[in-house]
Design a protein around this ligand. Sequence first.
Ligand code: BTX
Length: 323
Amino acid sequence: MKETILKLLFRHAGSFLSGQEISDELGVSRTAVWKHIKALQAAGYQIETGHRKGYRLLPQEESLLPGEIKSVLKTRWLAHQLVHLESVDSTNIWAKKHQHELRHGAMVLAEEQTGGRGRLGRSWESSKGEGIWMTLVLEPGLPMHDAGKMTQLAAAAMHQAVVEVTGLPVKIKWPNDLLVDNQKICGILTEVSGELTRIERLLVGIGVNVNQQVFSGEIAEVATSLRIMMEQPVSRVALLTLFLKIFEKCYDDYVLHQSYGAVLRVIREHSMLLNQPIDVIRGDQRVAARAVNIHEDGRLEVVYEDGRSELLAGGEVSVRRKL
Ligand code: BTX
């Protein structure tokens, strides 16, 4: 009921709706309406209550509150269970700790992460209210070696969503980053639990820099946000809900219908590495190579200068700068 009232207020955003109008429309008492409004206010919604006028939803500083997302979300099953946290160390860690409360398709979202994580123990800066910091909980019932494909699937879906919302020229840097003008706007951290042969649970952690206006410190050189590139704020709700819709379609196509062609086309067509001279990085060593293909299983095929080729399942590569 709380969410239904919220939807109604959203539909009339900016103008007052009396308690009587809401109670007539929804068939509940005015006291019940009042209680639900109190609960919405406690959850962070800015609702003005005017004597004899009723209730009015004020323009929100865009948050990722569940009501806001659900009022525009068009997925069939993804993110219907939605956990919204004001602040958390990492949404992936939270999802692991609360695994028994989360169903297949759940989404954990945070306004801020204080210990956001990247791959190989690196950190991921996640400032308050300016990005999308989320984890999707999935149980695809696939063999373990398909886990890499899910990172590619998430990258392709986010690529399409960002391009559709912003029109920016986004590149995919295998295996897990999206870049604009060589600067990172999104990173993906997929974590798997299960047996040797079968994925039990997949946590797809995704961070998108949406509305930061400046980056400082270590990442200032490597990071950018959609707002910086667009020179205007971008709606996190619009981007997130579009991404979820595209991700759900790609996921169903693959898991239910074994169709992965559309994902492959996107990650190949917009790859930053394919047919480029790259360095494969192993510890302190850099080995010169050329990226020649992204295989269906998500691995990157590289050919070294001595003609040897290798399929990389993960790890670090960088584009070699032309001198
Ligand atoms: P990665 O290991 O490929 O990238 C991490 C590196 O990216 C860092 O070492 C730093 O140089 C740089 N970096 C850190 N923060 C940012 C940022 N905000 N924008 C651009 N570059 C940055 C990428 O790992 C995977 C990141 C996944 C993040 C999501 S957020 C939700 C979920 N929860 C969680 O803890 N991680 C995931």
